[in-house]
Write a protein that binds this ligand. Sequence first.
Ligand code: FCB
Length: 448
Amino acid sequence: MSFPNGFLWGAGTSAYQIEGHHGRGESVWDVFCRRPGAIEGGGDGSRACDSYLRWREDIELIKELGLRAYRFSTGWSRVMPDGTHADPKALDHYERFVDALLEAGVEPVLTLNHWDMPATLTWAERSTVNAFAAYTEPVAGRLADRVTWWITQNEPWIIALLGFQLGLHAPGVADLGTAVKAGHHVLLGHGAAADVLHTHAGVKAACALSLFPCDPATDSEADWAAAAGSDGYVNRWYLDPLLGDGYPDDMREHWERALGHDLGFIRDGDEAAIGSRSDFLGINYYTRRVMAAAPPNPFPWRVVGPSGDVARTDEGWEIHADALRDLLIGLSRRFPGTPLMITENGGVFGDAPTHDGLVHDNRRVAYLRDHVQAVRAALDAGADVRGYLHWSLMDNFEWALGYRPRFGLVHVDHATGVRTIKDSGRYYAQLISGGGTAPDLPRIEAFG
Ligand code: FCB
């Protein structure tokens, strides 16, 4: 299983999920976490993994795992505490961090907005597009000579859905119309940030989309239509404008019907300002959706599965590596000439240190092996995949789910901050050094 030379094997994190507060400005997540009941277990990101202080230790872990790439985000609320003025201390910090990565031979993949925007800003307002471009400028000014791979926005659909439609993420708004508008502003933000980035030579800009392949529950025509509708809602509504095709008509009609008015906030020229600015596409893949026809609520489809005896993570998400392969192949056929990068892929497996002090997370090992194989199969079928970044380097603050779900290749004891490389991390290190060939499973010394 050899992979192309220069394939970016890596892992990812984001600022709010790992850094801890340590002098950043107030972010929308700080505010949201104070809402009673918003976060499972009542936690917040004030300490997280303390990576703002322990970043040298994180670099050592990255080196020990032999990662070739590391995706991290610059905290928007750290760089611009008041939403308008850059704090040079924050930029110094990220500059040191990037230099340390480069010195270790690790390619930085920098995300500008991984959700921790200043509390003074909201995507419900169109003016936030300019604020985002204004934040991109100093970050790019400092780092664009050293960072090639940039992600502007992380998961526009999840921002719109959880942040503005369901109110389960910051800023906790539950209003369908605001959600569609906010999603549009997030995409405009991508365009504006990409324009800033492209004033620097050699920089590659992309948006990272959460893509969920949608399958019909049965072979009925109605369920096929439900799957196609869901695909429009989750995937095409973002993919198509980003990659230059404009918003899809079928989904625009669904929105207009659900809202009872046209989408006036999409102005002339907006689609042109979003499209044709992506040098690659970031793909966050976790699972698929199985869809059936249903009475409109707000759309005539609903997620029904998969149900029954399928492999699942500890969060109940179906594990389906073949869907990743097919997704990559489908994207490469639909958007030839756009390189693909897996910017997130991983699962919740709650394993903790056992009798020998080690973390035997064999289900994550199998998950990793199978998804890497799926990438290999997509490459064989001609997909131009440039990298695979596992989510996550380490257990961290999983947003509204608090500290319970563990996604890391490295275990973090949340009471002490102590990091322990899991079996999956050791396995990944061997896989990387073998050029993608699946190594033997880690040995476990029996107890006693
Ligand atoms: C994605 C987010 C990432 C993490 C994973 C599990 O939606 O981008 O921060 O929460 O899910």
